[in-house]
Write a protein that binds this ligand. Structure first.
Ligand SMILES: [Zn+2]
Length: 215
């Protein structure tokens, strides 16, 4: 089995989404870009049971070699993100409770907290609804991700991108936390949303911190 370390990292990230409550059961999926295409979690296998050989290697067009498990039903989103966004090295998809609540309201997540900026803009958009696993859902997801590293999927969940697995996981977690804060503020009153100019400053600073963290 090639890409052993990356397969292990995909499994570790998938398990962390369960540990921190970003997903439950066998919902959601995780992938990482690989030299031959990308590695993605299979459909229907609990994350606890995953072995490196269960992770599915798809080429850039989304075709699998022989004798592999079936890839997650949302493999088209992962394939299309890697094709359209060369800077992205990993994709995390979850059905996290608070982002999914917003997604069921078909609402964007506004900049109710400055860390909404980790997704690259002053809001996290909710993609137009389409049936799970379809080309149409992938198209709608790519459109909602324009200039961003996260979007909500209407009546479905959350997609987060990053240059690597740790970065994509962090975006998913921060966006879910911000969605929880938004939900809490709406329960008490009317949240104060940071304006576009302030969010541009925030995003610039987050970029600087990201750079120094890499050094
Ligand atoms: Zn899903």
């Amino acid at each position: 089995v090639s890409n052993w370390a990356l397969r292990r990292a995909v499994i570790e990230t998938a398990r962390r989404t369960l540990e921190v409550g970003l997903t439950h059961g066998t919902s959601g999926n995780v992938s990482a870009r690989a030299p031959e295409g990308f590695l993605i979690t299979p459909t229907g296998v609990p994350y606890a049971d995953l072995q490196p050989s269960d992770i599915v290697l798809l080429d850039a067009g989304g075709s699998a070699g022989r004798r592999q498990r079936r890839p997650s039903s949302e493999w088209r989103i992962h394939r299309d993100v890697y094709a359209a966004r060369p800077e992205v090295g990993a994709v995390v998809h979850v059905h996290a409770p608070f982002t999914t609540t917003l997604a069921c309201l078909r609402r964007d997540l506004p900049a109710v907290h400055y860390l909404v900026g980790v997704a690259g803009g002053s809001s996290v958009r909710c993609a137009t609804y389409a049936t799970f696993g379809t080309e149409e859902l992938s198209r709608n997801t790519l459109a909602a991700l324009e200039g961003r590293t996260a979007c909500l999927l209407a009546n479905h969940g959350l997609v987060a991108l990053g240059r690597n697995l740790a970065a994509a996981f962090r975006v998913a977690l921060e966006v879910e936390r911000a969605a929880e804060l938004y939900w809490r503020t709406l329960a008490v009153g009317e949240p104060v949303v940071l304006d576009h100019a302030e969010m541009e400053r925030v995003i610039e600073r987050l970029r600087d911190y990201g750079r120094s963290a890499q050094e």
